[in-house]
Design a protein around this ligand. Sequence first.
Ligand code: RUQ
Ligand code: CUA
Length: 769
Amino acid sequence: MKPVTKRTLSLLVGLGLGVAVTGTAWSQDTLQDIMKARGLTQKDILAAAKTYTPSGGRDEYIALSSGGQSGQMIVYGIPSMRILKYIGVFTPEPWQGYGFDEESKAVLRQGNILGKEINYGDTHHPAFSETDGDYDGKYVFINDKANPRVAVIDLHDFETKQIVVNPLFKSEHGGAFATPNTEYVIEATQYAAPYDKKYHPLEKFNDEYRGGVTYWKFNKEKGRLEPENSFTLELPPYSQDLSDAGKGPSYGWSFTNSFCTERYVGGIEKGRPPYEAGCSAKDTDFLHVVNWKKAAELVKAGKGTEINGMQVLPMDVSIAEGILFLIPEPKSPHGVDVTPDGTKIIVNGKLDTHMSVYDFAKIQKAIKDKNFEGKDPYGIPIIPIQDVLHLQLEVGLGPLHTQFDSKKCVAYTSLYVDSQIVKWDFCEGKVLDKISIHYNVGHLMTMEGDTVDPDGKYLVSLNKLAIDRFNPVGPLHPQNHQLIDISGDKMELLYDMPLPLGEPHYVAAIKADKLQPEVRYKSGWNSRTDSKSEYAVRAGREKTERTCDDSGKCKVEVFGSLIRSHITPETIEAEVGDEVLIHLTNLERAEDEVHGFAMYGHNVQLSVEPGKTSTARLMATEEGVFPYYCTEFCSALHLEMQGYLLVKPKGYKATVGEGEVGTSYTKADYEKQVKENIATQAVIDEVVGFITSHNYKDFPTVVGLVEDATDQLNFAADAKAKSEAAAAKEDWQNAMLWANQWWQYQVKTADLGLRAKTYLEQNNAKKIK
Ligand code: RUQ
Ligand code: CUA
């Protein structure tokens, strides 16, 4: 194999040269020159070394970020801060075909509200599924504030699998939070509203408007939320906010804070002071303390009331059964966070400069002793704050959210107004360090920082304002995720990453090795239901059917395939008025090759990853010619991966003869092509010889490539036979075209074979014969 030998040789030479170049290009002088030219300090270089990930390198953590009002999620690596993927969740995402193929539409449309298609979401808080309070790498949940919904994303393929609509709430901010074994995913209301869908005047706010917290039951085996096994705790019309689930000693309990417990109703049009004044008049609001384990048992025992199909535990039941309590918390707090050991609950002041650390054991004692200072207007017992506080500590202006370090008692809190992160000790009540960020930090996140076992190492500050940090791109600025090294005593700012997709509220990071995403689907797979697609097709079994019902309505149904580099079928014929269903299965078995499918004028765009079956549905309302093609540059012949949908007028009778299309070919053309094919076959044989003489079966990637190559080689044999049959009839036109097709398959075989060979060489495959 000459070309390959040459390549291998040049690779070796390249490596040798690489060493030599390393010696000079990065010598002291050169580095200093670059530092000087770019105005970099020693500290900058150190920060760069901590984040720079050489080509091919991997990140230690994978972050899943809310995409804010883009309704998507953002996946990026830490410490490199390289964006890896956007995941369509509540919003159509054409690259992934999300909201364009019928399979994903079925998921997106689960999120319809009042019969209306909702095509965006205001995503806030991603939550990883947990086992024993630690991330297990299986699922991630995300909520939608604008239209109270929760979505499930499966981490085996990073696709959205389910959307559930809260049937009671009209607004929701405090979701999604998982309980320690993902028994439930917690979602709390924000702006109170009546549970029913009727008109109720604002004057009836106290009596007919309600807050609440929903516990969505999660089925871990199926990977789906179960609305029928979920329940909601009815709560007063306070603006419930974030929640956190207890763990360790506080397992079975959850904590939800609130603001606007004044139950203020604005109306500046009527001369009333605005919401912001009326909602922050009191000095304290309420932390809701809920025994969710007992609540679930009560619902099971039939103590709930069904409203809009959901089990609701009325307030009087929760009060009588002793599962719901309130504790005052300083003025309009924001996040509530349970410490990793589950003994303390930390409330962030927002309009108060203090952090309030509550002691769970003291809360339990107060409940046991019935030590209440009174009741709220709905009869919920109020636990006196001074009896359950561990401590309060002044940390700065606008504390919003807290995350934890691997070091015991160490927490980090975002200070929105000060634009700082404060590191502090929640056991002793000491400020340890502060660092300025740019600017207006909302959430912050440490590695696995809300689990029972935080990793420390890095912190990401999610800043709302990126003004002056990046090249200007108009009045709408990106957000700024700043990476901070927290491994030492002092926090060190390492990197600024602009995030140009909505306002990401929260992000959670998981150790990368906990994720084992698949590289391809089982053949003929509906990825949204995670089951075999009824429309899957095997190679050579592609077909198109046109059927009409008694009313004369016709349907064209294509069971087609995609494989380098053609779409089967290459022509689809329909008549005006037909419904056209195009099911496409990607037959590639190697890891990489996704094919797309786009068509003129019909809003069709599929992403068909290896093994996947996707369906495009369209109505042929107009006659015409509609080219379609593959949208991924999948091989050298990708541009030729094309075809036509021909929509004929109704009852169209062919009047034009078949005719000759394109160029004519001669016997000489055919013979020239055959000669080339024979030479190509020699190359293939050599590559095959190399692969089969090595232990390629030990490499799943290579096995996939070999399977795909074998497919192509079989297609080549078929085309060869057709070309020879045509040549026997001296039909040089078809003989030449089929000979060329035979060569196309050979090229694809060779391409796959060479990739397999390179892989074997790079991974030190052993010679076996
Ligand atoms: S919130 S910036 Cu939507 Cu989590 Cu606090
Ligand atoms: Cu498939 Cu381009």
